[in-house]
Design a protein around this ligand. Structure first.
Ligand SMILES: [Zn+2]
Ligand SMILES: [Zn+2]
Length: 150
């Protein structure tokens, strides 16, 4: 039996054996996505659930390095405010990172915003009427419920 390695993203056979489970094209594509996500985090202090899914395709070490870079950048720019902490907390919880292991101080847990609390309760943050989880817009007042919905 021939031992072929296939890209776990697109299924193509990987010709040159590498450490990566992805083919060259997917590897490069993922790297670009990673860079975009990092930019979003640094500039907009936003980390969307869809971005978490993309980050899930990377090694934990990559995520730890990302966390370290973001933490240090926020700190040196004086941007380690609630929004910044929320992003870091989300990263930390999603990937079960431990600051101690990364050689960083523990960050405070930021309480969820009113908006986040209402959304969790399936309520529109604006009109507070009941909504369904998969709605992109509030059917009553048109409020944009999903940040990544354009
Ligand atoms: Zn591929
Ligand atoms: Zn509404």
């Amino acid at each position: 039996m021939v031992d072929v390695e296939r890209c776990i993203e697109c299924g193509k056979i990987i010709k040159d054996k590498s450490h990566s489970p992805y083919c060259k094209e997917c590897d490069e594509k993922l790297d670009r996505q990673f860079d975009n996500i990092e930019d979003n985090i640094l500039v907009y202090k936003e980390l969307l659930d869809s971005e978490i899914e993309t980050l899930n395709k990377f090694e934990k070490e990559d995520i730890e390095d990302l966390y370290k870079r973001v933490y240090k950048k926020y700190k040196s720019d004086g941007k380690l405010d609630d929004d910044g902490l929320r992003v870091l907390n989300k990263l930390k919880e999603s990937f079960k990172l431990e600051e101690g292991k990364m050689g960083l101080p523990t960050i405070p847990v930021v309480k969820e915003t009113r908006e986040e609390r209402l959304l969790k309760n399936n309520q529109c943050p604006k009109c507070e009427r009941e909504i369904q989880k998969d709605f992109n817009l509030c059917p009553y007042c048109g409020y944009r419920l999903k940040k990544d919905f354009k």
